[in-house]
Ligand binder design. Structure first.
Ligand code: UDX
Ligand code: UDX
Length: 433
């Protein structure tokens, strides 16, 4: 099929490359000319396993093209995916101005039937607004359908999540659009759930909010475990065997970040409010998540007694491993809080340092964990990159001023670090000195 994907960000680029891999003819459009220029020179602006290969291969065989000419791309396509940003406004609501702009552009150039697919995470009722926007600018009065097809891609595994989805959700109101979407997704051989548009839009917000709720729940349990002298890792393991609960998303730590959970939970709270429902549960999820970062900083302060003038090595800056994304990363709050207490920060991250430099200043960026650990009074684990799991602890201990590790992601075994001569503090477990 002939597809236009509008927005070459974390979602749009993966969507375009994967549909091209599935033998469709895809044009990916972006307003950012620099981004398009780079993509046309095979420079992929985001770090996603498997994405570079898909982009290169499908450009090579002419199944994937990049342009900044929105109208031309839309005119040549039968399906248009809207994957532009929906960033939070001041009041937490999703800013839909980019979505509206694309809808207007589609209406102005449309001269034959099209399926317009909203893939960006949007509040319920956006589908109706997109349809209204197209109708009011649709000078040729051409037939079209709007479809909601939310994405469930996790950063760091987005290509895999696209090509092997648990489910595909399609919200549409016409048989014609349903047939086209069924045909498009047929090669993936995954369960497709067809719903009305509003339900599809809510499935996305409800799914992300539920996952965020699981995380804040286990972090609340971690706080209780710390006070009771229990081990949250064991609790999560014991809970996880219950298939109704499942072990996934029960990793206690410094909480969630990224461009989706914080933004989507906030937007969902606002949407509910607009309908007259006070989403107290989700507000508590957000509060617990925010408090977890402060709790982690308090642990460092308690262990060091005085933070002012001390050197703290931070391992991991991205909001999670296997990505370079710094958006809403917990490391930003944690480092800002430590710097406001007068700490000197050294940091290392395998992928996110370039992006971190534009949001975190007055930091010594190091080339590896050992350089960061040198002369540090404390070593703090903020993102659980695999390479931090097998450090040479004898070397780390010899480099540090003070053998103290504060683990925000519980990646180490307390007893083995104690044997290595470290004071070790983690989340939801007993401290060992
Ligand atoms: C986007 C949505 O913001 C998010 O809500 C949804 O869950 C997934 O899609 P993401 O792809 O991470 O998330 O956004 P971002 O990385 O900001 O990429 C958006 C792209 O759209 C940018 O490259 C931007 O240049 C482009 N864009 C934005 C346009 O091409 N036209 C516009 O009018 C606005
Ligand atoms: C999430 C959803 O998983 C995905 O379905 C949706 O499309 C986009 O948002 P993403 O934000 O990329 O994906 O990453 P995810 O792996 O879900 O982690 C989100 C945050 O939760 C990260 O900061 C991670 O560190 C944190 N997390 C995750 C925990 O703190 N504990 C967990 O057990 C799992």
């Amino acid at each position: 099929m002939r597809i236009a994907v509008v927005g070459a960000g974390y979602v749009g680029l993966v969507t375009a490359a994967c549909f091209a891999e599935l033998e469709n003819d895809v044009v990916c459009v972006d307003i950012d000319k620099e981004k398009i220029k780079n993509l046309n020179s095979n420079i992929v602006p985001i770090y996603e396993p498997g994405l570079e290969e898909f982009v290169a291969r499908n450009k090579e065989r002419q199944k994937l093209k990049f342009t900044d000419d929105l109208r031309k791309a839309i005119a040549k396509s039968e399906i248009v995916f809207i994957c532009v940003g929906t960033p939070p406004k001041e009041n937490g609501e999703a800013d839909l101005s980019y979505v509206e702009g694309v809808a207007r552009a589609i209406a102005e150039v449309m001269s034959s039937y099209k399926v317009i697919v909203e893939k960006s995470t949007v509040p319920v009722e956006t589908g109706e607004k997109v349809a209204k926007a197209i109708k009011s600018y649709n000078s040729h009065n051409v037939d079209f359908d709007v479809v909601s097809n939310p994405e469930f891609l996790r950063e760091g595994s987005a290509v895999k999540d696209f090509m092997q989805p648990d489910r595909i959700v399609v919200g549409c109101e016409s048989e014609r659009a349903k047939q086209i979407m069924a045909e498009l997704y047929k090669p993936l051989k995954a369960p497709i759930i067809f719903t009305d548009i509003k339900s599809a839009e809510i499935i996305k917000h409800a799914s992300n909010s539920f996952l965020a709720t699981k995380i804040s729940f286990i972090n609340a349990i971690a706080n209780i475990c710390e006070l009771a002298g229990a081990d949250v890792g064991k609790v999560a393991e014991g809970m996880g065997y219950d298939k109704r609960i499942s072990r996934a998303f029960l990793n206690a730590g410094i909480g969630y970040g990224g461009f989706c959970f914080p933004k989507d939970a906030e937007a969902f709270i606002r949407i509910a409010e607009k309908f007259g429902y006070d989403f107290k549960l989700l507000k508590s999820v957000q509060e617990i998540n925010k408090a977890q970062r402060k709790h982690f900083v308090n642990k460092i302060e308690k262990a060091l007694w005085v933070v002012k003038g001390k050197t703290i090595a931070i391992l991991g800056l991205s909001f999670k491993p296997d990505t370079d994304d710094m958006r809403f990363a917990p490391s930003i709050d944690i480092i800002n809080q430590l710097q406001s207490e007068g700490a000197k920060i050294k940091a290392y991250d395998p992928a996110a340092m370039e992006k971190a430099k534009s949001v975190l200043r007055d930091i010594t960026y190091c080339n590896n964990p050992y350089e960061a650990a040198k002369d540090a009074d404390a070593l703090a684990i903020v993102t659980e990159w695999n390479e931090f799991k097998n450090l040479d602890f004898k070397k780390i201990k010899s480099l540090m001023k003070h053998p103290l590790i504060v683990d925000g992601r519980d990646i180490y075994n307390p007893e083995s670090l104690k044997k290595e001569g470290f004071a070790y503090i983690s989340i939801g477990r007993k401290d060992v000195f």
